[in-house]
Write a protein that binds this ligand. Structure first.
Ligand SMILES: Cc1cc2nc3c(=O)[nH]c(=O)nc-3n(C[C@H](O)[C@H](O)[C@H](O)COP(=O)(O)OP(=O)(O)OC[C@H]3O[C@@H](n4cnc5c(N)ncnc54)[C@H](O)[C@@H]3O)c2cc1C
Length: 476
């Protein structure tokens, strides 16, 4: 594979020997394909193989089964974990996602949203985000901003079960799913043309396909086989999650997020008396939090939501002046602040922590290969965008494959894959950079920075068109 990549680079730099090298590459590729087929069990050829059946890979398979122009393609979904029996337990799972309106539309289009509604979800009708180092805040409300719910909180397991239920419906005939299918490696084409990708399984089986789609998460082996550049960094933060029992029963349709100097702490509503926690904090603090006795963890969390942090009097004076000025010109001054709920307890065993990082694959495509979801991009969870970006990839890739087939082209046609990459990167990269910038901006408690971000937040909160723009970008 490495040798093949070297040959490919040579083709780029030494055009005169391009043709002969390509011929050698093709011969080597062909012989390695034959040897792979002979050594293990060759299980067959598919039009499309989706590597990874997480939320994004499963949804893509379902969309490909339900889209008429794609339903003639033979698709194989390979997922490493076993096909677990799902049971809707009375206690909520600690892994949840905030789903956007566009994700709801996609799920509705494949009949999955109904399954989620039959199990459980909680609409978010109001959102309050505020700074622990000043009085600045921003609110989003379903009534004045979107005429619809701001988002929906759904457990990852519920979403996956809903998609898998629909995948198994008799209406879908072209999708095969193999669970417990550990992929060991890939051979992917080095040039555009008619070559296939080979997928090698850990049990020695092999498959081949025309289009390989990497939906195998942030450590994507498909991306590594593509040999593309991957820009990534760790935030040296972990997201501590838990299921929270609130002190008081309310309608509980507000999502709360407070920016602390150590990272944001967020409460996502689950039902009238429970919320889900995502507390981003330093690795050391996260480990401490995981080891605290339950009662002390609850105290630490209530402190994070309520504690007064040291304030700068000049920042307070400026934000107060900006608030009065906004009020004098008839704009919201941010005084509509609501008090966050207090936490009474956490569901036993629901505490866990996940490392947080940024990742951007400079290319989402290679000959006969495309990436979707976290395999292509990874973001900090503070804006609840991660899986929604992945579902955006699914929608655009499926639409472009349909257009490609309708126009009479092969689904691996370079121009169409390029269109997929450019449409998604135009949306995903600015979102990733904005989320990264927000995380960095709020990591400091030095007064000049607190002042800049606080006034920025106050003004953004006062201007409805800007808030609407933010919400509509987050929803797509
Ligand atoms: C604390 C936290 C909170 C979050 N909150 C939100 C939120 O509110 N909203 C939001 O939109 N996003 C959120 N996210 C991000 C979201 O969870 C991810 O974006 C999403 O899970 C990515 O889905 P995926 O299917 O692309 O990848 P994954 O979920 O990583 O799935 C990849 C799949 O590929 C399979 N796989 C990998 N390698 C192999 C192999 N070799 N062989 C076979 N199978 C393989 C894995 O088993 C897995 O099932 C959050 C993330 C964290 C950490």
């Amino acid at each position: 594979m490495l040798l093949d990549k070297g040959i490919y680079s040579a083709c780029v730099w030494v055009p005169k020997i391009k043709t002969s090298l390509r011929a050698i590459t093709s011969v080597r590729k062909l012989s390695s394909s034959i040897s792979s087929h002979e050594e293990g069990k060759y299980k067959g050829k598919y039009d499309v193989i989706i590597a990874g059946g997480g939320m994004v890979g499963c949804t893509l398979a379902c969309v490909m089964g339900k889209t008429s122009l794609l339903s003639n393609l033979r698709v194989l979904l390979l997922e490493g974990s076993p096909d677990k029996k799902f049971e809707l337990k009375p206690e909520y799972s600690n892994r949840v996602v905030a789903l956007s309106q566009n994700t709801k539309t996609l799920m509705n289009s494949i009949n999955v949203w109904g399954h989620i509604e039959k199990m459980r979800l909680q609409p978010v009708r109001h959102m309050q985000v505020w700074d622990a180092c000043s009085d600045a805040l921003i609110t989003f409300s379903s009534t004045d901003i979107m005429d619809d719910d701001v988002a929906y909180i759904v457990e990852n397991d519920v979403l996956l079960h809903a998609v898998n239920t629909e995948l198994k419906s008799p209406e879908i005939k072209n999708i095969e799913v193999v669970y417990g299918a550990k992929i060991e490696g890939y051979e992917i084409p080095t040039t555009h043309g008619s070559q296939e990708s080979i997928v090698k399984m850990s049990n020695g089986d092999t498959y081949s396909c025309q289009l390989l789609i990497g939906a195998d998460g942030a450590n994507s082996a498909v991306r590594k086989a593509m040999g593309v550049q991957y820009l990534s960094w760790n935030y040296d933060q972990m997201g501590v999650v838990a299921t929270l029992h609130l002190a008081e029963e309310t309608e509980n349709t507000t999502a709360w997020q407070r920016f602390l100097p150590t990272g944001p702490v967020a409460l996502l509503p689950l039902d009238s008396k429970r919320s889900s926690l995502v507390w981003s904090t330093s690795n050391t603090h996260a480990k401490e939090l995981l080891n605290l006795p339950q009662e002390q963890f609850v105290d630490a969390l209530n402190d994070a939501l309520w504690k007064q942090y040291p304030r700068s009097s000049s920042v307070d004076a400026c934000t107060s002046w900006v608030g009065s000025w906004l009020k004098s010109v008839g704009l919201p001054d941010g005084a509509e602040r609501q008090l966050p709920p207090s936490v009474r307890d956490i569901a036993p065993g629901s505490r866990a922590a996940f490392p947080l990082g940024f990742g951007h694959s400079t290319r989402y495509i290679a000959p006969g290969v495309a990436l979707v979801g976290d395999a292509a991009h990874r973001v900090h969870p503070l804006a609840g965008q991660g899986v929604n970006l992945g579902f955006g990839d699914v929608k655009d890739l499926a639409d472009l494959m349909s257009d490609c087939i309708y126009a009479g082209y092969d689904i691996t046609h370079h121009d169409w894959l390029e269109r997929y990459e450019s449409s998604r990167q135009r949306h995903n990269v600015p979102t990733q950079l904005a989320v990264d910038a927000l995380n960095r901006l709020y990591a400091f408690d030095i007064p000049p920075l607190v002042l800049i971000r606080s006034v920025g937040l106050q003004i953004t909160n006062a201007l409805h068109p800007i808030k609407k723009l933010i919400m509509s970008h987050a929803a797509t």
